[in-house]
Write a protein that binds this ligand. Structure first.
Ligand code: APR
Length: 239
């Protein structure tokens, strides 16, 4: 069979489902984080202003959970895809865990921030961080005390690098959404943007997402199984 790579510029959006098999909790599954915590109490700027200790403790727990976490076969498959000659691949993740980096992915945007980064609200510096943050924590850049916050995009805040993401969606000929429920914008709208600019769109998820009907193609199953299979098809060029 003639091997042809139909796609050259690929944008991949990932969500919590790609990290589920690495032991990291998702948000909206029945045992997810939002079944145990109230978003308005731990994941908004207002919550942080009202009760900073509670918010810091929530992210300290989540940061500790990712310190030893290992990428799974889905993260590894995406790193392989990026290394495939002739392909321009951008991974845009909603996840704040470090598993794409740990799998070797280079071109990566954490649109909702990162657990392993801290942000000083006194000097605005963002710095690599793997310890707990408390109200007594000192900024390594300006030495201010008690001004560190998680480098996380909370509900109501603007996701990071949206211009770069929009430019990539306008240029993509393939958009793949992996492990996301399609509940949270702007990420949930990326499929429509990609389609409007002519990309082929594929959903790879455990079950149909909120936006499943918006995709040209959908495959359902565990990310650690369906993502490597999909990447193998893309890189072999076999139809
Ligand atoms: N393989 C593939 N998909 C999976 C797996 C798996 N092993 N396990 C769960 N999923 C799917 C679920 O079916 C669900 O559709 O992953 C999706 C996870 O959805 P959410 O928990 O809503 O996570 P996500 O879509 O990433 O949430 C988006 O919401 O709370 C905010 O900022 C937070 O980035 C997050 C955003």
């Amino acid at each position: 069979m003639k091997t042809v790579q139909p796609y050259k510029r690929i944008v991949v959006l990932t969500g919590a489902g790609i990290s589920a098999e690495s032991g990291i909790a998702t948000f909206r599954d029945k045992d997810g984080l939002w079944a145990k915590y109230d978003i308005s109490e731990v994941a908004t700027p207002e919550a942080f202003a009202r009760n900073p200790r509670k918010v810091l403790d929530f992210y300290n727990m989540r940061r500790r959970d990712v310190l030893g976490a290992l990428p799974n076969a889905a993260h590894a498959a995406l790193a392989r895809l990026e290394r495939t000659a002739g392909l321009d691949v951008l991974i845009v993740t909603q996840n704040v865990d470090p598993l794409h980096e740990r799998a070797g992915t280079q071109k990566l945007i954490h649109m909702h921030g990162r657990l392993l980064s801290a942000w000083c609200t006194a000097c605005d510096d963002k710095q690599a961080w793997d310890q707990d943050i408390s109200l007594e924590t000192t900024c390594r850049s300006c030495s201010a005390i008690g001004h560190m916050r998680p480098d996380i995009v909370w509900f109501g805040e603007m996701p990071y690098q949206m211009d770069t993401i929009d430019d990539a969606l306008a240029e993509a000929d393939l958009f793949v959404s992996i492990g996301t429920s399609g509940n949270v914008y702007p990420a949930a709208g990326f499929v429509q943007t990609a389609r409007r600019f002519g990309a082929h769109t594929v959903e790879l998820n455990l079950e149909p997402s909120e936006g499943t009907s918006l995709f040209h193609q959908r495959r359902h199953g565990k990310a650690s199984e369906i993502v490597p299979a999909f990447v193998a098809e893309l890189t072999s060029g076999e139809k």
